[in-house]
Structure formats: structure tokens, C-alpha cells
Design a protein around this ligand. Structure first.
Ligand SMILES: C[S@@+](CC[C@H](N)C(=O)[O-])C[C@H]1O[C@@H](n2cnc3c(N)ncnc32)[C@H](O)[C@@H]1O
Length: 216
């Protein structure tokens, strides 16, 4: 999103993560697991620290990288995270067990569109992090926003989708359709009557939506 020089400059300033996180980053790179980009996750962690989120819902665990980074950055937080891919669930369980932060994380196995009842059992949430199938963002938001605290915030990753949301022409029909859905979500989100939202051009584009509470 930023020019390449600045992107590498900023990433170069981010201190090395602990050996387990570095191993997870390498695993993700080698096996094409789409974990959150470094500058994006550092931005999100900083927001969660400032917000002091005590309970976080994550939609899209993958191998548990972002869940474990949140658990480590905010030691008093509890994370409920949803994943539907069996192989990734098993890897996430392994990494969570090795991390020693297992008591902070509840992994819900299943499709986020179908596990609302289980998720609601842990509610309310101070923060919700949406990072699963990009075509379904609006649905995830609509299902789970009702479990957010009055002062809660929703963080959504990949809202700029490699910059493609601003491209006039996209060759692949599949990509074009996905970009259209993300663009529709962004427009819907930015005009939502109950949330103040901002899109940050970090990582793959991160939207921060703050619930307005009683104020309209
Ligand atoms: C981008 S990855 C998550 C990365 C993770 N948040 C991180 O940064 O470490 C998205 C994950 O969401 C999962 N996913 C996609 N749609 C889902 C759904 N409807 N329910 C549950 N998991 C879903 C995918 O299997 C994938 O592992």
C-alpha cells in the first residue's frame, strides 16, 4: 500500500518476534497460509493494548498466529477464535499448546456462519477481529456485532485487498467479483449508522469500526 521503500523501512524497524512466532511466520510463508501482514498486526495489537480489550472474538484462526500474538500482547485478555479448516485447526492447537498461553484461547471448530450459538455463550466481546472469507465480511459483521460491548470495536483485515479495490480493471472474473464484494462491504461499513469507521492503509488494509453507543 505504501511505497515499497517505506514498507520495508517500517517492517525493518519492527523488533524480531519470539522464536515460536518467527517459526509460525516461516511456516505460513512456506505453506501459503495467509496470516495477517506484519505492519497490519502490529497496528491491531497497539489498538487492542490502548483499548484494553478483555475479550476478543476472532473470525478466522488459521494456524493461531494472530490469536497467539493478541494473547501475548494483552496478557489479561481472553480470545475466542473460529476456524473451519481441519488441518489448520490441528496446527493451531499444536502451536497454542506449545505457546503456554492456552488458557487464554478458546478455539471454536466450525463455520463462522453456523456457530453463533457457541460464540454467544462467551459474549460480550470488547473487540471483534474479522479475518476469514473475504466475500462474507458483511455477514460476519452482522451476525457478531450484536455481541459487542457498548464501547467495543470491530477490526476488519484485507479491506484494500492488495490495492485492487482502487483498480478500474481487473482481468480475472473471480478476483473481480471478490473485489466488488469487498468494495461493497467498505461502502456499507463507512456509512453504517451505528459505527464510526476508518480504513488504515497498513498491511492489506485494516478497517477500524468503533461502536457509537448512545451517540448518533
Ligand atoms: C486470513 S486467514 C486467518 C489468519 C489469522 N487471523 C492470522 O492472521 O493469523 C483466514 C482463515 O479463515 C478461515 N475461514 C474462512 N472462512 C471461514 C468461515 N466461514 N468460518 C470459519 N473459518 C473460516 C480460513 O480457513 C482461513 O484459515
Amino acid at each position: 500500500m505504501l511505497n515499497e521503500k517505506l514498507h520495508f523501512y517500517i517492517e525493518g524497524l519492527i523488533p524480531a518476534r519470539n522464536p515460536l512466532f518467527m517459526e509460525m511466520e516461516s511456516y505460513a510463508k512456506k505453506h501459503n497460509v495467509p496470516i495477517m501482514e506484519l505492519a497490519g498486526i502490529e497496528t491491531m495489537l497497539q489498538l487492542l493494548r490502548i483499548h484494553r480489550s478483555k475479550k476478543i472474538l476472532e473470525v478466522g484462526t488459521a494456524i493461531g498466529y494472530s490469536a497467539l500474538r493478541m494473547a501475548s500482547a494483552i496478557p489479561e485478555t481472553h480470545i475466542v477464535t473460529i476456524e473451519r479448516d481441519e488441518e489448520r485447526i490441528n496446527l493451531a492447537k499444536e502451536f497454542i499448546q506449545r505457546s503456554g498461553n492456552g488458557e487464554q484461547i478458546a478455539l471454536i471448530e466450525g463455520d463462522a456462519l453456523e456457530v453463533e450459538e457457541t460464540v454467544s455463550g462467551y459474549a460480550p466481546y470488547d473487540a471483534i477481529f474479522i479475518d476469514a472469507a473475504k466475500g462474507q465480511y458483511k455477514k460476519f459483521f452482522e451476525i457478531y456485532a450484536k455481541y459487542l460491548t457498548e464501547d467495543g470495536m470491530i477490526i476488519t483485515d484485507n479491506v484494500l485487498f492488495k490495492g485492487l479495490v482502487a483498480e478500474a480493471e481487473i482481468e480475472s472474473k473471480r478476483t473481480r467479483n471478490l473485489v466488488k464484494k469487498i468494495d461493497e462491504f467498505n461502502r456499507w461499513l463507512m456509512n453504517h449508522p451505528d459505527y464510526d469507521s476508518v480504513i488504515l492503509p497498513v498491511g492489506d488494509g485494516v478497517a477500524i469500526s468503533k461502536r457509537r453507543g448512545g451517540r448518533k
